[in-house]
Design a protein around this ligand. Structure first.
Ligand code: MRU
Length: 353
């Protein structure tokens, strides 16, 4: 599948004891690799969206908690566990909405607990193995999501996507963009419309960069142009990623996603959500229980402008995500299959087969 080539959004350099990240805040103008080992720096990178996208922040956190104990001088499991839990708490607090973050950290903690009482070196190896498994399984999942997603699409289709759910947001291939990479390889000739995705411009900066590098036909639009593009008949399907899928099929994803879903329903266009099973949170009954991250006002008023573009002191609302009602979602595409409404049944069957 054509994708990032040798570039990876998140990679462990085990020999150096460092996490290597592409600083996504600098794209598309500069491709800068950060090398981090301190969990405080990794937390900062997640909070500041240097690494972003639900699966990618889960992987970064899994490596982060491993690196936190890798150089520990602790002599026994109990002392190591204290350090592990401090790093876990720090990393878990970076961003609240994407469940992959806490999912990956909980998984690492289960591995730690399973190694209770074992020699320190053995515990460290077990945690390295688990973090590598989190990454490798995500790569496998993204490939399968690509295949499953492609089965819903036809050659020559116009596809609209929101935010960035490509390889930058995952271990590799992406979720919503994986079928597009696969389709490109198989000659589907998709025409992709990318919402710019205000306020942080993941669509303009990241999706446009990714798809352009892959030679996929891409047209960038402002978020408020989606209706016109749909009305002109240019869009046959919408593909988006997800940060948390509630048990009833409500989906939290980048702010603006729910508006796109409402438009898709209006114009009779299928709205597909793509994500790994690790993004489904069966413990969360509905979207109302999903915590939505609020981010600084500066991202709306200043961030991408040469000069501030709003009066000083103006009130600003900056929720980073919104929740799309399950009723607006045509299907949820996972690596284990495609869930259709009613999602209460179909998601449970896929997640707990
Ligand atoms: O704030 P971000 O850029 O981390 O938001 C990312 C999204 O909303 C993605 O669509 C989602 O995480 C899925 S990434 C495969």
């Amino acid at each position: 599948m054509p994708d990032a080539g040798s570039l990876r959004s998140v990679r462990l350099d085990e020999e150096a004891g460092e996490l290597e990240l592409i600083d996504q805040t600098l794209l598309p103008n500069r491709t800068v690799l950060l090398r981090l080992s301190d969990p405080r720096d990794i937390r900062e990178a997640i909070y500041s969206l240097r690494v972003r996208g639900a699966p990618a922040i889960g992987i970064a956190a899994a490596y982060g908690v491993y690196l936190a104990i890798r150089r520990s001088a602790a002599r026994d499991w109990d002392a190591l566990a204290v350090e592990f839990r401090a790093a876990k708490g720090l990393l878990a607090s970076a961003r609240p909405t994407a469940v992959n973050l806490s999912w990956a950290l909980d998984r690492m903690e289960r591995r730690l607990d399973a190694a209770r009482g074992r020699p320190v070196g053995e515990v460290k190896n077990a945690l390295l193995e688990e973090a590598e498994a989190v990454r490798a399984e995500d790569e496998e999942a993204c490939r399968a999501i690509g295949e499953n997603g492609l089965s819903l699409l036809g050659p020559g289709w116009g596809i609209l996507t929101h935010c960035n759910a490509g390889w930058l947001a995952t271990s590799r291939y992406g979720t919503a963009l994986a079928p597009l990479y696969l389709g490109a390889e198989r000659g589907y000739g998709f025409r992709v419309f990318a919402d710019e995705t205000r306020p942080l411009l993941q669509g303009a900066r990241l999706t446009a960069w990714e798809l352009d590098r892959a030679g996929i036909d891409l047209t960038l639009i402002c978020d408020n142009m989606a209706s016109t593009v749909m009305k002109r008949g240019l869009v046959k399907a919408v593909l988006t990623g997800c940060d948390r899928v509630a048990a009833n099929g409500d989906v939290a994803n980048k702010i603006g996603t729910s508006g796109v879903a409402v438009l898709a329903r209006h114009y009779g266009i299928p709205f597909y959500v793509l994500g790994p099973v690790s993004t489904v949170d069966l413990a969360c009954p509905t979207g109302a229980e999903i915590p939505v991250e609020e981010r600084p006002a500066e991202e709306v008023t200043d961030r991408w402008y040469v000069r501030r573009m709003a009066p000083e002191g103006v009130k600003v609302l900056n929720p980073a995500f919104d929740v799309t009602d399950a009723g607006l979602i045509t299907a949820i595409v996972t690596e284990r299959g495609i869930a259709r409404p009613p999602y209460g049944d179909s998601l449970a069957r896929i997640v707990q087969p």
